[in-house]
Each structure stands twice: as C-alpha cells, then as structure tokens.
Design a protein around this ligand. Structure first.
Ligand SMILES: Cc1cc2nc3c(=O)[nH]c(=O)nc-3n(C[C@H](O)[C@H](O)[C@H](O)COP(=O)(O)OP(=O)(O)OC[C@H]3O[C@@H](n4cnc5c(N)ncnc54)[C@H](O)[C@@H]3O)c2cc1C
Length: 413
C-alpha cells in the first residue's frame, strides 16, 4: 500500500519561482507546503531587482514595490562608444527585491499555502509514489511527503541529482554594491558596460534606484577569468572612463553576490512527480542574467501542472515541460544565442558593431521600436535587417555580423 502523502505538493525554495508555484497550486485547491532555508523570505537578497512591466501586468505586482521606472538604456562599448536607446513606454522597474519576494510569498500564503522557514532541505527521494524531503530546523529533523515536488532552489540546486535530474554546472559569478552619492544618474536609464577587461563573459551594470543611489554590479564567467568579480568591480569604479568621475564621495551601503546560471536551460526540467522552476532549471536570460519573470511564469505553469498530476494525469509533468518551453523557451534559447554571439566577439569587433549601432538612427529606432528586454527575440529581425542595411555602407561590418550569427548558432562555450 502506498504511504499517504502529508501534502499534495511540496515546494523547495520560497523565491519568486517557488512562491508563485505554491500560490498557483494552493489556489487550485492543493495542500501545498513551501520550505525555505532562510529564517525570512527574501533575505539575503542577491539581485538588482530589474523587473519587466510584463511581470507587473501579469502578476498584478503593486507599483509601490518599484523604486524607479526604466524606459531607456545606455550601453558602453569596450572602446567607449555609447548606444543610447529610449522607448516611448516603460520597459521595466527596479524593485525592492526583499519586499517583492515577501509579497509573492504572502500571496501564496493567502491562497492557502503553508510556509515553513529556516529549514534547509538536504535530501529528496521517491518513496512508493510520493516524494519525500528531509532537512533540519533549529537542530531538529524535518520531513514531509507529497505527491509532487516542485524544485525552486535557485541557482545552486542540491536535490536535482538525487531525483535523477541534471544539475546545472555553468554559472556566471555576480557581485553588486548598492552605492549612495553617485553623480550623473538618470533615473530611467540603467547603464551597461561591456568588454573583456570590464566583465569577461558577461557585463557590468548601473541600476538607478532613486536619488543618487544605484546598484552597481557585474558578473564574470569563471571559464574566462581566474580573477574574482570583486577585482573587476573595484576596478570598474575607479578606472572606467564613464564611472570614475562620478564616484567621488559615493559610499557603499550594501554588498551582495550570487550565481547566475549560464547556458543551462536545455536540460529537462521535469521527471515523474518532479517539476523544476526558475534558476534551478536555468530559466534565465543568458544575455542579462534576468530570471525573476521566467521563474514566476514557470512557477504558475508548474502549480497548475501539479494540480493535474495530483488529479491522476501522469502526463502532466511532460506537459509542464512542453508548456514552459512554449511560453519562455524561445527567449531562453535566443538569449543563449545572444550570449554565445557576444562572447565570441573580440573587444574590437564588439566595439565596431556597437559603434555602428550608436551612429545609426535607423538601428536605434529599430531597437526602440522592437526592443523589449523581457522578449529579446523580438529584436532579432529588426536588428539584423538594420545591420544588413548599414553593412552596405560600412562593408567592414558584414563579416562581423556573419561571425556573430555563426557564433550564436554554433559556438561551444
Ligand atoms: C547579482 C545578481 C543580479 C540579478 N539581477 C536580476 C535582475 O535585475 N532581474 C532579474 O529578473 N533577475 C536578476 N537576477 C536573477 C534572479 O535573482 C533570479 O533569476 C531569480 O531570483 C530566480 O528565482 P528563483 O525563485 O528561481 O530562485 P531564488 O530567487 O534564488 O530563490 C530560491 C530560494 O530557495 C531557497 N533554497 C535553496 N535551496 C534550498 C533548500 N535546499 N532548502 C530550502 N530552501 C532552499 C533559497 O534560499 C532561496 O530563497 C540576478 C541575479 C544575480 C546573482
């Protein structure tokens, strides 16, 4: 006889992916438990908090959680060209990530999910048609069983291997300072800095979060440098031409670090009775590292799939895989394409492409018109067409565009 499960669904991790999974599952009437290792949800935060307007619309996120609204961007090429783009409408907001995570978790609880904090799940196994999780809380052992496990552990999942799923192994290492007293900040304009000297394998950023306070950070690909992110971040602040004159008197209020899954979104995110959401499944934009919206989107799909599975539909886990890929898989794949293309460029080549964009009103208009940082694949056609037209006047550009395309499609990183 099968043992009786304590819950229909156990969710490991109360980040946005886990909490949205739990909210959806509980709203579907499932007995839902969320287990979070930290004593308080959202703390510590390891994030810049840039969140697309799509998330605000789809998940009814209150505007009060936003510090600033973003409708423009300034991208600094390795050689100093600046691509300035402005959209007619808001693209995204910078949120208070701690308050945001707590809001998502509260919604899950309001829908009926039970939240247990301070428990790190260290073991998961299938036992006679249920999934058992085990951990410890204040020195005492903790155990729960459920029909479905939703793994939302974030970028360092420990349980996947125990459940026969692939563990993501590639990560960029991120570090960010929240700094007060930064000069020359435009509230609606985050800045991005590119170059092998600046942030090998990724990029650096400055995100305004109100007044003269900014989140300044970067991530590096450890396969491309042996130096830690702190080396690059300290250097960015004192040496980058677009940064150094603005830092006199600025103070660091907070330092956060974290891992960003890199090019790992192709592995299966489900097995019988197990659904994986968010960073744990590599559901991030490989170009920018953003993953909150995808984690929540997949969380909603997972919560509903869990309901079908508990109702006896054994194909629900496969259907989850299919559904998350049809909603956001294209973006995960396209941004991986973009990351491979960018990473194969030398600084000189990337500089030439960014300079061509910066100097072309047609290309800037294409980006402003089609650019949506949440759905970057929509930019591909207009950008490629614009670059092809520009390459007629600047023949040196053609081989670079071709190289970017080939690298995006075929490069092994
Ligand atoms: C420096 C940096 C900046 C970023 N900036 C942005 C940004 O601006 N915009 C954006 O969209 N994304 C950003 N991201 C990525 C974003 O943080 C993640 O994509 C997002 O948090 C993924 O949500 P998640 O629910 O999958 O995982 P997480 O938010 O990481 O949540 C996982 C939760 O599970 C808990 N947990 C893990 N293992 C266990 C366990 N075994 N037992 C119990 N609990 C466990 C963790 O403590 C955590 O609370 C950034 C990442 C970094 C590192």
């Amino acid at each position: 006889m099968s043992p009786v499960a304590d819950y229909d669904v156990v969710v490991v991790g109360a980040g946005p992916g886990g909490a949205e999974s739990a909210r959806t599952a509980a709203a579907a009437g499932l007995r839902t438990l969320v287990v979070e290792e930290h004593p308080a949800v959202g703390i510590p935060s390891h994030c810049t908090g840039k969140l697309s307007f799509h998330a605000f619309e789809e998940f009814d996120v209150p505007r009060s959680l936003a510090h600033t609204a973003v409708s423009a961007a300034a991208l600094y090429s390795p050689g100093g060209a600046v691509v300035r783009v402005r959209r007619p409408t808001v693209d995204s907001y910078a949120v208070d990530r701690i308050a945001f995570d707590q809001w998502v978790a509260r919604r899950a609880q309001e829908a009926g999910a039970e939240l247990v904090t301070g428990v790190r799940v260290t073991e998961a196994a299938r036992v006679n048609g249920t999934v058992m999780v085990r951990g410890a809380r204040a020195g005492r052992s903790f155990e729960a069983r459920a029909r479905v496990l939703i793994d939302a552990e974030g970028s360092a999942p420990r349980l996947l291997g125990m459940l026969g799923l692939a563990i993501p192994r590639r990560h960029a290492l991120g570090l960010q300072y929240q700094m007060r007293g930064v000069r020359g900040v435009e509230q609606d304009t985050p800045e991005m800095f590119f170059g092998a000297d600046v942030a090998p394998g990724f990029f650096a950023w400055l995100m305004p979060v109100g007044g003269d306070t900014c989140r300044i950070g970067l991530a590096v690909d450890p396969r491309r440098t042996a130096r830690p992110p702190v080396w690059y971040l300290e250097r960015l602040l004192v040496r980058h031409p677009a940064m150094r004159g603005r830092m006199a008197g600025a103070v660091i209020e907070r330092k956060v670090g974290g891992r960003i899954p890199l090019l790992t979104g192709r592995a299966p995110a489900s097995a019988d009775g197990v659904l994986v959401v968010g960073d744990a499944a590599g559901m991030v934009k490989a170009t920018s590292g953003g993953g909150i919206y995808y984690a929540m989107t997949a969380g909603g799909i997972a919560g509903r799939a869990a309901g079908r599975y508990v109702g006896g539909d054994r194909t629900a886990t496969d259907a989850y895989e299919h559904e998350w890929r049809s909603r956001i898989g294209r973006e995960v794949a396209f941004t991986a394409f973009g990351r491979r293309a960018i990473n194969r460029m030398t600084d000189r080549e990337l500089d030439a492409i960014m300079r061509a964009i910066a100097e072309s009103p047609r290309l800037l208009a294409a980006i402003a018109g089609a650019g949506d940082t949440q759905f970057q694949s929509r930019l591909f056609g207009p950008l490629l067409r614009g670059l092809s037209v520009t390459a007629v006047r600047r023949p040196a550009l053609a081989p670079l565009v071709l190289k970017a395309l080939m690298s995006g499609m075929f490069a092994q990183m």
